[in-house]
Structures are given as C-alpha cells and as structure tokens.
Write a protein that binds this ligand. Structure first.
Ligand code: KG4
Ligand code: ZN
Length: 448
C-alpha cells in the first residue's frame, strides 16, 4: 500500500473513540467489557479475531482506547431494527436532536461559516479521509492508495480492495483529524461516499462513518461519489458556483451533467458502455502498459504523432450527447492483433497519441454540443480523466475560442480523495440531506 503521508506517526494522542465499529478487529463481545483494554490488544478481554486485526494494531502502535460513554449506545429503538433501545437521559437521539437544533439555529441566523466536515472515501482503491471547512478550505487530506497491489493483477480486485480499506481506514481517519488540528469534538458532521462504487469497498467507509457518527453524536451525510468529483472544483476555484455544465470522466463514469445548484443535478449525456477511464485502461492493457494505464498512456502519448493511426470517433444514434467507447477500444485491439499477425511493428507513442486524441475528441465534441444546446458559459471538468493533459489543453483552447470560462480541478484533486467528499458533504448538509443508521451503500445510483 502506498501512503501519501507517513501514517505511523501522530496517532497516539488521539482517543480511538470509533474503534468499536468493527474495524479494529475487536470481537463484538468486547464492546460490553468495562474499562480500557490493554495496549496492542494483549491481555484479558481483547483477543485478536484475525491476522488483519493484529497487523492493524501493530501498524498503528499503541492504540490507547478511551471507553465510550454508555449514552452513546442509548438510541431510540426506531432508529434501527437491529439493536435494543436503551434510552438514557442524554441519548444519541437527544444528541442528534440538539445538533439539528444547533444547525437550524445557524440556518436561521444565516451563520453558514465555520462548519467543519470530516469526509471519508472508500469507493474503489483509495482509502481517504479529509477535514474541510465550509466546503472550500482543506484543513487536511490523507489518501492511502492500493494501486501498487492491484497493479499485480492488471486492475482492481474487489475482495483485496475491501480488505485493504478495512485495514487502513482507522489510521487514515486519525491521521486526517491529527493533521487538521481539529479534534473530533470540533467536527460538525461526518460525510461519506455511499454510492456508486465497489460494494464491499463502499461498505467499509459507510460502516466506519456510521460507527463514528453514532459514537460521537454527529450528523451523517451520504455523498454521491460523482457529486464529490464535481466538488473538487469548489476546492480548486473558490469563486466557482452553480449553475454550470460539468464533464465528469472517471474510471467508472462518463457523464455530461447540468449542475443547477449544489444539490440539483441533471444528466444530459452518458456513456452507453465503457467509461473514458476504463477505455484508456483497457486499451493501455492491450498495448502492454501496466494498470492504471490511462495515466501512463497520457505520458507516453506526449511524444507521439496523434495522426499516425486512423481510429473511429463512435457516435450514439439518436443521442448526440451520449458516448460509446467500446468500439474504439476494439479498434485498437484489432489493430494490435493485425500487426502481430503480419509481424509489423507498432509505434507505441504514436498509437497512444492517436488513441488519446480519439477519446478526447469524443469527450470535447459532445461537451461543447451540450454547452451550445444549453447556452452555458461556465464549463467544468472533473474525475480522474480530467487530469489528462490533452483533454485539459483542448478544453482550454475550445473555451478560449468560444468565450467560455473553463474550470478544472488541480491535479491532486482529480483522482479519488476525501476532501471532495467533505466539500460536497457541506452543501448536502446545508440542504438538510443527512441520513440515519439505516444508511446503506449502493454499487449503482444515479447522480440525480
Ligand atoms: O476518478 P478516479 O480516480 O476513480 C474513479 O472514480 O473511477 O478515475 C480513475 C481513472 C482511471 O481509469 C485512470 O486511468 C484515469 O482515471 N486517469 C487518466 C489520467 N489520470 C487518471 N486517464 C487519462 N489520462 C490521465 N492523465
Ligand atoms: Zn472517482
């Protein structure tokens, strides 16, 4: 696992108030044990249930645990069908009630400032946590990437991804809190990616966020992953506000979205088969470029001639704003097979450049068409593929020519991160879009 920061430091002083949500490896029976367990899980009352739990505790050193207040578990029976009600005078229900009251108070007084949100992201192969103030100011952002491990298999292995998220999430969240200088008591809400993505991976983040929100008495905000990608632009460009048109291009999605407000969105066009990132990764794999091929193909393409190979620009009949990339990918695979059979050499930089241009042409053409149709002057790009050099250059050029304004996320915010989730979480929070303990993860869900 590749860490952006050294996650082995700075944890000791933080109380692990959230370690009872199942990721510490602590058996469920121990949640009723009184008093703090001994460090590193040794001794009475804290047997290890799995090798992962041991690794986790070893990795993070001495996890001093503060016992949770009993009241944290006293919530009204109607909030969950799974646990018995143990109503106490300062129950979680009361805590949620009072934080809602504080929120309404804030809303009434038009005090929108100083809202600090912890974001959690685990939809694919990055475990991330971040603390963001008022949706725009990143106080901390930590990402633990699994990419090196998935590289061995040529793509993300869902089962491995879930396991690595489980191992990393506690440390990543603690690191994010420590880096932000904000203890949990100063966090106003927990935002988490709940859809779309790999279901096992999403469940790790969602369950962790639920445990944390429940134990700390904080509101829980479900965030759609693609809405998060769009919000990465709010972090990069403080002046950006809806309405605008956004091209969201990632490993799993290619959408043209009308962003009417922070929480009202309409899909104008989408891919009928492969996503743009997927099209890059699959073609790159056929060319022998390791996963995630889109990134490397973009680098190699810089040295190539983008007119060397003739590739199609697939269109979708009757849906001019939709994309289709599978035919383009097949064209490259056929070209490689033919060259192999004939024994002719393929110029890799030229093929990468030609393929990249074909994908980018499809994306920019439809995006500009949508801008003309809707009369939108503000264009925004988001998602992993928005890091693509040619896409950024071409969009910049087209916008300059047509007098439109372009916004793109800074490179560090193009890929999956939790700062974008906390940012969007802020706007969902202001719109009152919170969830209870019934929140579940969804592999697929519309952004609308
Ligand atoms: O948004 P993201 O990090 O994860 C998903 O939500 O899917 O996007 C990852 C995708 C991968 O397919 C990766 O190859 C692609 O974004 N990608 C790129 C570039 N950087 C990342 N594709 C083309 N050019 C890039 N520079
Ligand atoms: Zn993403």
């Amino acid at each position: 696992m590749r860490w952006q920061k050294d996650a082995r430091t700075k944890f000791d002083h933080l109380p692990l108030v959230f370690c009872r949500c199942g990721v510490s490896g602590e058996p469920s029976t121990s949640s009723t044990a009184s008093g703090p367990p001994s460090p590193r899980g040794e001794g009475k009352g804290r047997p290890f249930s799995s090798p992962e739990a041991k690794d986790l505790l070893t990795l993070f050193g001495d996890l001093r645990e503060e016992p949770l207040e009993r009241e944290a578990f006293a919530f009204p029976a109607e909030s969950t069908g799974l646990l018995p009600a143990r109503r106490k005078k300062d129950s979680l229900g009361d805590k949620i009630q009072s934080s809602l009251q504080a929120f309404c108070e804030r809303k009434r007084e038009r005090k929108w400032f100083g809202v600090i949100i912890l974001g959690i992201e685990s939809s694919c192969d990055e475990t991330a946590a971040a603390v963001v103030e008022d949706g725009r100011k990143v106080l901390s952002s930590v990402i633990a990437s699994q990419v090196e491990e998935h590289k061995l298999y040529g793509g993300v292995v869902p089962e491995i991804a879930s396991r690595r998220h489980s191992e990393a999430i506690a440390g990543v969240v603690r690191q994010a809190l420590a880096d932000s200088g904000k203890p949990l008591s100063q966090i106003d809400a927990v935002a988490v990616t709940y859809a779309p993505g790999l279901i096992g991976a999403l469940l790790v983040g969602v369950n962790f966020a639920k445990g944390l929100a429940l134990s700390a008495g904080l509101p829980l905000i479900p965030v759609h992953h693609l809405r998060g990608h769009i919000a990465s632009n709010y972090l990069t460009s403080p002046e950006l506000e809806p309405p605008f048109l956004c091209l969201v291009v990632s490993g799993g999605h290619s959408h043209i979205i009308e962003v009417k407000s922070y929480t009202q969105l309409r899909v104008l066009g989408k891919t009928r088969d492969d996503a743009a990132g997927e099209a890059f990764d699959k073609a790159a794999r056929a060319m022998g470029i390791p996963y995630p091929g889109g990134v490397e193909m973009d680098r190699i393409a810089e040295a190539g001639n983008d007119r060397a190979y003739q590739l199609p620009r697939p269109r979708v009949d009757g849906a001019p704003l939709d994309f289709s990339f599978s035919g383009l990918k097949t064209a490259v695979i056929n070209l490689l097979h033919n060259a192999g059979q004939k024994g002719t050499e393929v110029n890799l930089p030229d093929l990468c450049a030609s393929y990249r241009r074909a994908v980018v042409d499809c994306l920019t053409e439809n995006f500009l068409k949508a801008a003309e149709q809707t009369g939108t002057q503000k264009l925004v790009a988001a998602g992993g593929v928005s890091a693509n050099r040619l896409l950024r250059r071409n969009l910049q050029e087209l916008c300059a020519k047509s007098g439109r304004k372009l916004y793109v996320p800074e490179l560090s915010l193009c890929g999956d991160n939790a700062a974008m989730i906390a940012s969007q979480g802020y706007y969902e929070y202001l719109a009152g879009n919170t969830a209870g303990m019934e929140l579940n993860a969804c592999a697929q869900r519309s952004i609308e």
